[in-house]
Design a protein around this ligand. Structure first.
Ligand code: GUN
Ligand code: ZN
Length: 426
């Protein structure tokens, strides 16, 4: 058993933030699995229950759940900041040419190692990640994540049409490869597999049908894709799939809307689409820095809540501009406020933080597993310094409420705030 004394931020089951000013977190083994949270609460109230506990004194710091990034492309680590006139030119001119390099296992491993270093440096301990269409890119990411003991999900991108040489895959082989990767990796240690059609325009009907069949055969496996990000993309999907009710409905028609299906963006949905998302159990990876950078549009939080959709936050690097959860939460606040295309609202700092931790975990079907520091959760957490910069020290020392403290961190925070990321209590 190991104790940590610090301020502690966690979330109740109904998404409310709880803050222990002088808290104690007790972490220890749990059978063969990763170390878990055994107890958490007020230091004075709890410490007597653990005689002889070794306690690391982190007073002055805040322990908080490790952040969960619901949608990121590890192979696009070097694509961040590529300028283009919107999504489709960005894919054609930067992303596809770059992703073609990931047939090389050594290259993929080098990028994966950098990517996980960077995630942890930024406080992200779990991610649902696109690989590329190359099997080598998937193996590389899983191998690095396994060696670091991370809870991590990825999958081979399926894209058998409207894609250039170098990233386009073969329909039949892509499905064979997907199934063998599921069998090799899903459920190994803390790893999970996601069936990953890139987006409807780059998959043939046969490939989407095959993906849907695998999704039915392996219900515990995740599905990830993109939907309703950009207006040009939506027009293209309408031409390619005239038989489907909408872009979102294409995925429903192929059996790709279900629990554990995660769709990035969901900006340009109609009411029927939102109802279909909620009904199916599919969830949204809201990707605000990407949507602002590529000029895609603004996620409508109020409409999503009204429809009963579930969602969480994502960096979507390299469309997204930062791995930092603080930058993503701030961008989500801007997106929420926007009121020219939808109703604007002010997300509270507790809501923003929840969407990137416990809420994201819950949306992934990993509630009570990661994304929180409650008893039973795997011990993935971050140690934050609320005085990491002169301005932060000044602002946080003046905070009169938890909201003010969390908002100061969201608005002014970045990697400098993250003193340590702890994975599985290690
Ligand atoms: N749609 C299809 N592929 C991609 C991608 O790599 N990034 C984003 N943001 N949207 C996509
Ligand atoms: Zn994406």
């Amino acid at each position: 058993m190991q104790g940590y004394r610090a301020s502690i931020l966690r979330f109740t089951d109904d998404a409310s933030p709880v803050f222990e000013a002088d808290g104690l977190l007790v972490v220890g083994p749990s059978g063969e699995g990763p170390r878990v949270v055994h107890a958490v609460g007020d230091h004075a109230a709890l410490v007597g229950q653990f005689p002889g506990l070794v306690v690391e004194d982190l007073r002055g710091h805040i322990i908080a759940p490790g952040f969960v990034d619901m949608h990121v492309h590890y192979p696009q680590t070097d694509v961040i900041g590529a300028p283009a006139a919107g999504l489709l030119p960005w894919l054609r001119d930067y992303t596809f040419p770059h992703e073609s390099r990931f047939h090389d296992p050594d290259y993929a491993t080098e990028v994966a190692a950098f990517f996980f270093d960077e995630l942890l440096r930024q406080g992200v301990t779990t991610a649902l990640t696109f690989a590329t269409s190359h099997v080598a890119s998937v193996n590389a990411a899983f191998e690095v994540a396994k060696s670091r003991g991370l809870r991590f999900i990825t999958g081979k991108v399926l894209q058998d049409r409207h894609s250039p040489d170098g990233v386009r895959d073969d329909t039949e082989q892509s499905l064979i490869d997907t199934e063998s990767l599921i069998r090799r990796w899903h459920g190994v240690d803390r790893l999970g597999y996601a069936i990953t059609p890139r987006f409807a325009p780059t998959s043939s009907l046969e490939q989407l049908r095959g993906a849907g069949e695998l999704a039915a055969k392996y219900p515990q496996v995740w599905i990830q894709s993109h939907v309703a990000e950009n207006l040009d993309e939506i027009r293209w999907v309408a031409e390619l799939f005239p038989q489907s009710r909408s872009y979102l409905a294409v995925y429903g028609d192929f059996g790709l809307l279900r629990q554990r299906a995660v769709y990035a963006h969901c900006i340009h949905l109609n009411e029927e689409d939102r109802a279909q998302m909620a009904r199916s159990g599919a969830v949204v990876a809201v990707s605000p820095t990407s949507n602002l950078f590529l000029g895609s549009g603004f996620f409508d939080y109020l409409a999503a809540d009204t429809a009963g959709m579930r969602y969480g936050l994502a960096s979507d690097v390299g469309g997204g501009t930062s791995f930092s959860p603080f930058h993503t939460m701030l961008a989500a606040y801007y997106v929420g406020r926007e009121s020219q295309t939808k109703t604007g609202l002010s997300l509270t700092p507790g809501q923003l933080w929840w969407q990137h931790t416990a809420g994201a975990a819950q949306a992934l079907g990993l509630g009570g597993v990661v994304g929180n520091v409650q008893p039973g959760c795997e011990a993935d957490f971050v140690v934050l310094d609320p005085k990491a910069t002169p301005l932060l020290a000044r602002k946080t020392s003046q905070a009169n409420s938890l909201d003010e403290l969390l908002f100061a961190l969201i608005v002014l925070g970045d990697d400098r705030v993250v003193v340590r990321s702890v994975v599985a209590g290690g």
